[in-house]
Design a protein around this ligand. Structure first.
Ligand SMILES: Nc1ncnc2c1ncn2[C@@H]1O[C@H](COP(=O)(O)OP(=O)(O)O)[C@@H](O)[C@H]1O
Ligand SMILES: [Mg+2]
Length: 258
């Protein structure tokens, strides 16, 4: 269980170094085990910042973060990862000299069999034969790096997985498959929690709980039935929020060689 209590994050204002800009404003949120939570809201609302605070990439100005009863507020990233928190960046980093296979092995904490690598990559719509030996460097597109990072989180299988806009850079066909993967992880239960920062209606519809973050504060919390009408995807015609129907393809049917 993740407990965020009265969290505040301030940075120096760009206009006046004597002034503070508050990015997260006295935010409290509890995420129970086995929950699928989607955090959504306008750009600049503080979603990525909140995820970075939970992961330890940013340090809060005040407030506390507890994970499974441990106070992780001042814990380094590696300690939090060891406790079972995993985070996929909105814009992931590249690792020159590191192959995709190596990254997956590091994430899993062991040498993975080919079959497992094939499966993780297939879940994000990548063919293992073309990618396993590739370096995660500038030769990969932003979307490819993003998918590889999602595959590493799937390989790590953390107790709490936070994905920051996983839809970015993914075609609709692969996105269908990824959505199914998130649903499968959720349905498998086992105490895992998934937090997805997303604007995609298909992901939002999967959630147990939707948190709308605006201006660093929680604007609304509720089920998809309660929140989706307020988001007004259809009424306001927000582009990119309507996806195709799920494909008939299931993970178990994906061939292990491409
Ligand atoms: N370290 C920082 N220094 C200055 N401004 C920041 C910093 N981190 C985030 N911000 C600002 O905080 C706001 C929220 O950013 P972010 O969390 O990325 O929003 P979201 O993910 O909801 O789009 C933005 O205006 C962003 O520019
Ligand atoms: Mg963001």
């Amino acid at each position: 269980m993740l407990e965020i209590k009265d969290l505040v994050f301030e940075v120096e204002s760009a206009e006046d170094p004597h002034q503070k800009k508050r990015i997260i404003d006295h935010l409290s949120l509890t995420i129970e085990d086995d929950r699928f939570t989607v955090i959504t809201g306008p750009n600049g609302g503080g979603k990525s910042t909140l995820a970075k605070l939970v992961m330890g990439i940013e340090k809060p100005t005040s407030g506390s973060i507890l994970f499974d009863g441990h106070d992780v507020t001042d814990m380094p990233i590696t300690e939090r990862a060891r406790l079972g928190i995993g985070y996929g960046f909105q814009q992931p980093a590249r690792f020159k000299g590191m192959t995709v296979k190596k990254l997956l092995d590091i994430a899993a904490g062991k040498k993975l069999p080919m079959l497992a690598c094939n499966e993780y990559l297939a879940k994000v719509g990548l063919c293992s034969a073309s990618y396993l030996t590739r370096e995660v460097d500038k030769s990969l597109s932003g979307g490819e790096v993003k998918r590889i990072e999602i595959a590493t989180i799937l390989a790590r299988d953390p107790k709490l997985a936070i994905y920051d806009e996983p839809e970015a850079g993914i075609d609709l066909w692969s996105f269908d498959r990824l959505t199914e993967t998130f649903r499968d992880i959720h349905e498998a239960k086992g105490g895992r929690s998934i937090v997805i920062i997303s604007h995609q209606e298909r992901i939002i519809q999967l959630a147990d709980e939707i948190v709308v973050l605006r201006g660093g504060v929680i604007d609304a919390v509720g089920t998809p039935e309660q929140i989706v009408p307020e988001l007004g995807f259809v009424a306001k015609g927000v582009p990119g929020c309507r996806l195709t129907e799920p494909t008939e393809l299931h993970i178990t049917e994906i061939p292990t060689t491409c």
